[in-house]
Design a protein around this ligand. Structure first.
Ligand code: XMP
Ligand code: MG
Length: 179
């Protein structure tokens, strides 16, 4: 699996340290608000698990799956809810946990959905951000790492459903997907 990685951008230890910092910051900022923490599946599942372990406050979790990408590495621009939340968001302080923001389309769609459902507040925490690729104006409230414009895998992120279990984030060798 590691043979397919051209360059490691952040190793497991660097990611763990950053996620812990974000969790501690979020604990301070959401103290007393019982946030509904929403994991955007599948990519954010590892980040979500590590993040909430560093949050020392009462909170609730839910999961949502959206799709904007097929097996390709380019966004289709179409966002669709594949699995919806089980929890009503009306009146809740919602924290969206995302793996990566690329064009921003997925997130702007999600924020819109949650606001239309009358969430009290919508906050976004993303571990990775590729600001160079934005097509809609949007910024996360909490960002772990800013990445260059390259397709990355690991720490939850996949190429064709593989590499999610790598504990690091790295750039995939182009020959893996240009076939
Ligand atoms: P948008 O363009 O809507 O995309 O901001 C967000 C979603 O696209 C996926 N994505 C990636 N997945 N490596 C991946 O494995 C990448 O470099 C990458 N860039 C975007 C991801 O699912 C994210 O939630
Ligand atoms: Mg993906």
């Amino acid at each position: 699996m590691l043979n397919d990685i051209e360059e490691v951008l952040y190793d497991a230890e660097q990611i763990q340290r950053k996620v812990r910092e974000l969790g501690e910051q979020l604990s301070r900022d959401f103290n007393g608000r019982n946030p509904l923490v929403i994991c955007v599946l599948k990519g954010a599942f590892i980040f979500m698990a590590d993040l909430v372990k560093s949050m020392s406050i009462p909170l609730e979790l839910d999961f949502m799956a959206v799709s904007s990408y097929g097996v390709s590495t380019k966004s289709s621009g179409v966002v669709k809810i594949v699995k919806d939340l089980d929890t009503p968001v009306e009146g809740r302080d919602v924290l969206i946990v995302e793996d990566i923001i690329d064009s921003g389309l997925t997130l702007s769609y999600l924020i819109d959905v949650l606001e239309r459902r009358n969430a009290k507040s919508v906050t976004v925490a993303t571990l990775f951000d590729k600001p160079a690729r934005r097509t809609v104006e949007l910024e996360a409230d909490y960002t772990g790492f800013t990445l260059p414009d390259a397709f990355v895998v690991g720490y939850g992120l996949d190429y064709a459903e593989k590499y999610r279990n790598l504990p690091l984030i790295g750039i995939l060798k182009p020959e893996v997907y240009i076939k």
